[in-house]
Design a protein around this ligand. Structure first.
Ligand code: SAM
Length: 300
């Protein structure tokens, strides 16, 4: 018979404040400032039977600082697949398991997604203690439109792949994507990445958020061209998140204008083929935009 302590609470009934979180709990931890650990995060960690850590030695410092001494085991990119079956076995036995990454919200550019997906498939209760996240903090400090935003993790480290990735995004923008774009980047690659961004996206409003929540916190705002020039001269240090604002209206109108003209006399399919040939943009992307716009007589 399952231990009722770990059973799902009935839907209408909220758990008692302070009750141990059952099943798998994803616990966000600070991105640099220990003061950002939430009381509920501490409680979830202290009440766990096991804490899965991206790096047990790294998390040991946090756990010791907040007075938590619970068994830890590693769960990282390279062992996640092998860890899933034993962890599901422990959840089946009614254990409370917490997952943390080195910093911020687990799963976001961090391990844990495959475990969460497997736990959901098996019907185990999953909860999360929300908290710090570098991308969202950078977004709200950037002065760029907060929504929609598109978080892209790290850009490809190799230049050719990075330029290709930026080219694909730029084509998606021409086909209608309009969002603030967010990436993580390593300090030693920042200058070359910003240069590639300036080439692909032009002199667009952007921001570089560095060392958030730490002593040397800084958010530098400017055009991509200015930021690329600055970091070409001044080597960046610390942890970095890069943001680019959405395209200016003209970029969008460029494609929309051509499609409007083509749609006046052609089917959506033919208009997409014509504009794709004229602009060099992938046909699929142009077709998606043409579909979204519709033929003039179909929009009523
Ligand atoms: N899971 C984390 C989160 O929720 O923010 C992100 C983990 S990702 C592996 C680590 C990257 O996030 C760093 O290389 C850096 O690009 C960005 N980052 C982490 N902490 C940061 C900080 N304090 N300031 C700016 N960027 C940060």
């Amino acid at each position: 018979m399952p231990d009722e302590t770990y059973a799902d609470p009935p839907e209408a009934e909220a758990p008692e404040p302070g009750a141990p979180l059952a099943g798998l709990v994803l616990v966000s931890t600070p991105i640099g400032n220990l003061g950002d650990i939430a009381p509920r995060a501490r409680q979830a960690l202290a009440g766990a039977d096991l804490i899965l850590c991206e790096d047990t030695r790294h998390s040991a410092r946090l756990l010791s600082a907040i007075g938590v001494s619970v068994r830890t085991e590693p769960l990282h990119e390279y062992n996640e697949d092998q860890r899933i079956a034993p962890v599901l076995g422990m959840l089946r036995a009614g254990r409370r398991i917490a997952l943390v990454s080195d910093a911020g919200t687990p799963l976001v550019s961090d391990p844990g997604y495959r475990l969460v997906r497997a736990a959901i498939a098996e019907g185990f209760p999953i909860s999360a203690v929300p908290g710090p996240n570098a991308a969202v903090m950078a977004l709200v400090l950037s002065g760029l439109p907060p929504q929609p935003f598109l978080f892209l993790g790290f850009p490809p480290p190799r230049s050719a792949a990075r330029r290709a990735a930026f080219g694909t995004l730029r084509a998606a923008e021409r086909a209608g994507l309009t969002a603030t774009l967010i990436w993580h980047e390593a300090p030693h690659r920042l200058a070359e990445t910003l240069a590639d961004m300036a080439t692909a996206f032009g002199p667009r409003a952007a921001a570089v958020a560095r060392e958030l929540t730490k002593h040397f916190e800084e958010v530098r705002r400017g055009t991509l061209t200015d930021l690329a020039a600055h970091y070409a001269e001044h080597a960046a240090r610390g942890e970095i998140t890069v943001l680019i604002g959405p395209p200016e209206q003209e970029d969008q109108e460029d494609l929309d204008g051509q499609l409007t003209r083509a749609l006046a006399t052609h089917s959506v399919k033919d208009a997409a083929a014509l504009v794709s040939a004229a602009t060099g943009l992938p046909r699929k992307l142009v077709y998606a935009r043409a579909l979204a716009m519709g033929r003039p007589d179909e929009t009523g």
